[in-house]
Design a protein around this ligand. Structure first.
Ligand code: B12
Length: 216
């Protein structure tokens, strides 16, 4: 069933056809396709390809922005479907989540937020372009167990390290678990900056957060 939507939905995103992307997403969901399969199987590969074409100067910023908007519109529908499926009442702990300073990419961060919520976590979503100090202040304010940072660019990735270093400077490193993710992040980077964990996608982020909280 996913196959049926791969080409039309990928094209709608690549061409920045937001309405069509939303319509196709609704159709796929109504036929019982799993929202996470649409994200991982169609949305992420389509956006990866858009990114590669941008990097190769085959498309330019307006096209990148239109593709981003189309993907964000489809994601909103998918997030609603995920939330409706997993309306859990349990409270597994609080996670403060945001995209780091200087970075406005938030499609992936929003998916992580929705999935964590649907699995019973209380997520305080700080949005995008979040300074290091704000992650810490909000985590303290909300008695969070985990600080989760998304970064999509090699130029903004160091901001994840800045937050960890600031926690150390303030003598608060042990107060929170810190996890990192986003397109330009990997396990080696997470280890190098002293994060407590990394996850490649939203589903793995849920597993990671559950594991980290059990270890407490
Ligand atoms: C869409 C997009 C945009 C949209 C963003 C819209 C939005 N609301 O987010 C717009 C058009 C605004 C945009 C702008 C720019 N972009 Co852009 N963009 C992309 C693109 C094509 C897709 C990103 C995306 O949404 N992927 C899909 C989501 C679902 O994947 P994800 O974010 O990785 O998230 C998943 C996992 O990583 C994980 N995850 C995510 N966060 C977290 C957090 C935690 C804690 C955990 C555990 C897991 C986790 O779970 C998610 C779901 O599975 C990427 C290409 C790429 N390969 O990433 C370029 C890309 C990131 N952009 C790039 C660039 C250069 C820019 C601009 C600088 C362009 C410009 N000249 O202005 C600006 C930056 C502005 C800024 N200050 O941030 C470059 C970055 C290069 C680099 N230096 O590393 C990329 C890689 C394109 C490229 N190949 O050149 N962009």
């Amino acid at each position: 069933m996913l196959e049926k939507y791969r080409e039309p939905l990928s094209n709608a995103i690549a061409e920045g056809e937001a309405e069509q992307a939303v319509e196709l997403t609704r159709q796929a969901l109504s036929e019982g396709v799993d929202p996470l399969d649409i994200i991982q199987g169609i949305l992420v590969p389509a956006l990866t390809q858009v990114g590669e074409r941008f990097q190769a100067f085959e498309i330019f910023l307006p096209e990148l922005m239109m593709a981003g908007d189309a993907a964000a519109a489809a994601t909103t529908i998918l997030e609603e479907a995920i939330a409706a499926k997993g309306a859990q009442r349990q409270h597994l702990g609080t996670i403060v989540l945001g995209t780091v300073a200087g970075d406005i990419h938030d499609i992936g961060k929003n998916i992580v937020s929705t999935l964590l919520r649907s699995h019973g976590f209380n997520v305080v979503d700080l949005g995008r372009d979040v300074p290091a100090i704000r992650f810490i202040e909000e985590a303290e304010k909300h008695h969070a167990a985990i600080i989760a940072m998304s970064a999509l660019m090699t130029t903004t990735r160091p901001a994840q390290r800045d937050t960890i270093n600031l926690l150390k400077e303030l003598g608060k490193r042990d107060a929170f678990k810190v996890i990192v993710g986003g397109g330009c992040v990997n396990a080696e980077w997470a280890q190098a900056i002293g994060a407590d964990g990394y996850a490649e996608n939203a589903a793995e982020a849920v597993v990671l957060c559950k594991r980290l909280l059990q270890a407490n």
